[in-house]
Design a protein around this ligand. Structure first.
Ligand SMILES: CC(C)(COP(=O)(O)OP(=O)(O)OC[C@H]1O[C@@H](n2cnc3c(N)ncnc32)[C@H](O)[C@@H]1OP(=O)(O)O)[C@@H](O)C(=O)NCCC(=O)NCCS
Length: 183
């Protein structure tokens, strides 16, 4: 069993290289078994790299939280301000753009702790709705999000390399939510 989580903190500019490594590795771990090497390579190259993550950390519309254990990253979450799909509604919303826990910490409760901090950050930004899109075939993540109170509200296309995929869109009302997540 992995050691207990120590910290969840906002990312700093100096975290860009470590975030790029974690982002690419956790994406590969999660999706390489179900996608072609060509599609994975195209997506990874266009999405992860120290300069790309440095630009995200500099972007005022993106919030990045890191989970860290003894100086090593164990997971991360990114919120992104921008347009939401119609099914999310008109209330002020923010997207849970990326949410990844490294394999040794999955099933350990870290994901729930990271979600609590992510929700707190979304609320601090003034959001009333937190929404996300998740691959229709990613059943574990969907189960986790439902456990956190998210509800399915529609679908959205996602392009992985050259493959057009269908994501479920899920949303959580931050105003109606009072209790901390079940662990
Ligand atoms: C999604 C993620 C953050 C969830 O964190 P986690 O620690 O794995 O979550 P949990 O162990 O609490 O699992 C959530 C639920 O999924 C279900 N589940 C567990 N293992 C599963 C599996 N192998 N297959 C399908 N469902 C599973 C269970 O219902 C579980 O709830 P329970 O603990 O009440 O039984 C984590 O698995 C992860 O980082 N996955 C890879 C990246 C990813 O898919 N990110 C989301 C992108 S949208």
């Amino acid at each position: 069993m992995a050691e207990r989580l120590t910290t969840i903190r906002p990312a700093r500019r100096g975290d860009a290289a470590a975030l790029a490594e974690l982002g690419a590795r956790t994406f590969r771990d999660a999706f390489e078994a179900d996608n072609t090497p060509e599609d994975m390579a195209l997506y990874l190259t266009s999405s992860y790299g120290p300069e790309l993550q440095a630009a995200e950390l500099d972007n005022p519309h993106i919030v990045t939280l890191l989970a860290e254990n003894e100086g090593r990253l164990a997971g991360y979450a990114q919120l992104r301000e921008g347009a939401a799909p119609d099914c999310v509604g008109q209330a002020r919303s923010i997207e849970l753009w990326r949410f990844y826990v490294d394999r040794p910490w999955q099933g350990q409760g870290l994901a729930g702790e990271l979600m609590e901090e992510t929700i707190a950050a979304a609320t601090t930004r003034g959001a009333e709705i937190l929404w996300l899109s998740v691959w229709e075939r990613n059943h574990r993540a969907q189960a986790f999000y439902r456990k956190c109170g998210f509800e399915d509200c529609g679908e959205k296309q996602f392009i992985l390399g050259n493959d057009r995929q269908t994501d479920r869109v899920m949303s959580l009302s931050l105003q109606r939510r009072h209790a901390p997540l079940a662990r």
